[in-house]
Design a protein around this ligand. Structure first.
Ligand SMILES: C[S@@+](CC[C@H](N)C(=O)[O-])C[C@H]1O[C@@H](n2cnc3c(N)ncnc32)[C@H](O)[C@@H]1O
Length: 286
């Protein structure tokens, strides 16, 4: 958790919505409300601001995704994301990665936009433990992580200049609340042919991915780009890739076994990047 983010007073207590600051012993955050609420910082550096017992991705899912991402397989998306954001005229505010997982994109964005504070938000403490450790390892100094639900972000209204939402649930009214006027939502989801080769290796018949149902409706769409390429995934990363997809839970063991026998897998990766702007007329009551 960076001091610079706390100084902005935009991180809020999930109980009373008063601003959070660093506790005197530096081991946690405390709110500035009448009744003081405190939240421990983990050893790796993230803070848990989730009140209700609801878990995000499991330890196994997070470890698989992280191990897969260590080979930088989605560099095409990572690079297109930074490039797309550098082309935007951002208002004042932080960059929020909503549903950031293990910080593959978050830490990269922090490295690319060193003049901004970057916050990764996710319901999975396992994911944020990995993300915070990675940030320390790579000495990214302007990134912080908070466990929270995207439906109730512990953030001040209009505090975000840019909100990335990558392969994670889109909570449009909450995103519109925290976006500054003129701020941008960068919404990334699987294109029609995403992981086509993986699906071909698993199933006899393969279908294109369906359109997302939770696409923003009240924010103004300003651009839409589809990026795709074919990547080669080598064992053991094939298994890790499979474990981070929904197919992992809906595939029979014998079909999965066949996949695990492969040394190499060629597959299309296909991403849709849609950018929306919050116009001053757009209110959170969407
Ligand atoms: C498919 S992963 C994507 C992670 C990351 N954006 C990436 O592309 O590598 C989806 C993430 O959303 C998180 N998530 C799901 N529902 C959530 C919610 N309601 N609030 C916060 N995070 C949530 C999960 O814990 C998981 O880390």
């Amino acid at each position: 958790m960076t001091q610079a983010l706390l100084e902005k007073k935009i991180l809020l207590c999930p109980v009373c919505r008063a601003p959070l600051s660093l506790s005197e012993d530096g081991r946690g955050l405390r709110c500035e409300g009448k009744r003081i609420h405190t939240f421990d910082l983990s050893k790796s550096g993230y803070v848990n601001l989730s009140l209700k017992y609801r878990e995000g991705d499991t330890l196994d899912a997070c470890r698989s995704r992280h191990a897969f991402f260590e080979t930088d397989p989605y560099s095409i998306l990572r690079q297109n994301l930074s490039a797309a954001i550098s082309d935007l005229e951002l208002p004042e505010g932080i960059i929020l990665d909503a549903g950031c997982g293990e910080g593959y994109y978050t830490n990269d964005l922090a490295g690319a936009f060193t003049d901004r504070q970057v916050l990764g938000a996710d319901l999975s403490k396992f994911a944020l433990d990995i993300a915070s450790k990675e940030a320390k390892k790579t000495a990214v100094a302007n990134v912080s992580y908070a466990v929270c639900n995207l439906t109730e972000l512990p953030l001040l209204d209009e505090s975000c200049a840019c909100l990335c939402n990558i392969f994670a649930p889109c909570c449009e009214s909450e995103f519109a609340r925290v976006l500054a006027d003129g701020g941008y939502l960068v919404f990334v989801y699987a294109g029609p042919e995403h992981l086509w080769g993986l699906k071909q290796a698993l199933y006899d018949e393969v279908y294109v991915n369906e359109k997302r149902q939770d696409e923003p409706k009240g924010l103004k769409e300003i651009s839409h780009k589809r990026v795709r390429e074919t990547i080669t995934v080598r064992s053991p990363h094939i298994k890790e890739l499979f474990a981070m997809t929904p197919y992992y839970f809906h595939t029979s063991p014998d079909r999965a076994e066949k996949l695990y026998l492969l040394d190499e897998l060629d597959t299309v990766v296909d991403f849709e990047i849609k950018i929306f702007r919050k116009e001053s007329s757009c209110r959170p009551s969407l």
